[in-house]
Design a protein around this ligand. Structure first.
Ligand code: ADP
Length: 390
């Protein structure tokens, strides 16, 4: 990696309050490969230092108002001249202590007048070379930085594409899962109808077939709703309809709606509900969160009893769903609230891995909080806290 050569010659600033000294120095240096800048006071030098990057500054010590030392101190405060080499020039023979003062404020050298022009040229040549090298290093650093940035961006894009592909595979699987049994049920109905035997089928069996078909359609529409919700969250188009809601009644309704499913899975649910927990929320969305937490407790609860609690806590409403199932390892407890993140094995448990993400977004819209406490193999407790007013 080569840096392009510096397009213009390195800049040099000469600061001296006496015109004749400036003239003499510029005469010495005018044949050298530098772009010369002159200042007749410390203030003028500072102004120029704001505008240019100098390879070196030749600074007279004895100047009225701002002397060389003070000027150097201010130069060190200007970003562009923070590290610019300064060579002090002085006519008076200095004691060592005075010379040290120059080094303290950032002088790299100290030359006494009358100046030996050969030494001055040699020193400046070294400083100009250093300046060029520094420029090259900075240029290469910039290139390197850009390259690293590009590689990071590429990796990010690749990860995004991978996540999208995985998501599409998962979404298609989730959409197809209820379609297969639905298809079979529809075929059975058609067969019965076409063979004129529908009437002979026991009513209870027919009802079971219809309920099962209905459940598959429900599952399909829930999956589609989740996908739509994610795109609404991403595009910021989620609409909330806030109204007065009784959280206890809402949660009881949700738990009851799971009664048949729980019976089939052989699990029970107890609830402890405070009746007067009323707040200003989006009932549909809070119901969605409750459904997600209870269905997760059933899914990952290993058939153990589930406990649901609604109460007031520090003036806020609290919904707690506790199960005694597989639990979640500590290191997974934050990321499961992100999109497409799961802790359980995909072979044993299906799902879009969107439920907790959608729930936490809904709770965020309500300025509430959702958290989990759990140990692997020892169940999980999800707690939702909701402010009661907007
Ligand atoms: P899904 O909608 O697919 O069920 P969620 O976003 O609701 O996904 O959950 C994300 C992950 O969090 C699940 O894949 C599972 O690993 C973990 N999880 C959620 N709830 C529980 C729970 N009650 N017990 C154990 N793990 C859970």
């Amino acid at each position: 990696m080569f840096a392009p050569p510096i397009s213009s010659p390195p800049k040099l600033l000469i600061v001296d309050d006496r015109e004749e000294n400036l003239l003499a120095l510029t005469a010495v240096l005018k044949e050298e490969p530098y772009e010369l800048y002159e200042a007749t006071s410390g203030h003028q030098a500072l102004e120029l230092a704001h505008l240019h990057d100098f390879a070196a500054i030749l600074l007279d010590v004895q100047m009225p108002e701002l002397d060389g030392f003070e000027t150097a101190r201010f130069l060190r405060k200007i970003g562009r001249s923070k590290t610019t080499p300064i060579i002090f020039l002085t006519a008076i023979h200095q004691t060592e202590a005075k010379a040290n003062m120059g080094y303290n404020v950032g002088a790299i050298d100290y030359l006494f007048k009358p100046i030996d022009t050969g030494i001055l040229k040699a020193k400046l040549a070294i400083l100009a070379e250093l300046y060029k090298k520094n420029y090259e290093i900075q240029f290469q650093n910039k290139l390197l930085h850009e390259q690293i940035l590009k590689e990071t961006e590429n990796k990010f894009l690749k990860d995004q594409l991978k996540a999208r592909d995985e998501f599409l595979a998962m979404a298609s699987h989730e959409l197809k899962t209820p379609i297969t049994p639905l298809n079979l049920q529809m075929q059975s109905f058609l067969r019965l109808l076409r063979s004129n035997t529908l009437r002979t089928v026991d009513e209870q069996i027919l009802e079971r077939m219809l309920v099962s078909a209905y459940n598959q359609v429900e599952r399909l529409s829930q999956t589609i709703d989740k996908l739509l919700d994610v795109s609404r969250f991403t595009s910021g188009q989620l609409e909330m309809n806030f109204s007065e809601v009784n959280l206890g009644e809402l949660v009881k309704k949700v738990v009851n709606s799971f009664a048949i499913q729980m019976k089939n899975m052989g699990c029970t649910c107890s609830f402890e509900i405070q009746d007067d927990i009323v707040g200003y929320w989006d009932a549909f969305r809070i119901e969605q969160v409750t459904i997600n937490l209870i269905s997760n407790a059933m899914k990952y609860g290993s058939g153990q009893p589930i406990e649901v609690r609604v109460r007031a806590q520090n003036g806020e409403a609290e919904l707690i769903v506790k199960d005694y199932g597989i639990g979640i390892a500590k290191e997974d407890q934050t990321r499961i609230f992100n999109r497409f993140e799961r802790a359980a094995s995909p072979t044993n448990y299906g799902g879009l891995d969107l439920g907790l993400y959608i729930s936490s977004e809904i709770i965020r819209y309500h300025r509430g909080e959702i958290r989990v406490e759990s140990d692997l193999g020892r169940g999980a407790t999800f707690t939702v806290t909701l402010p009661r007013a907007l």
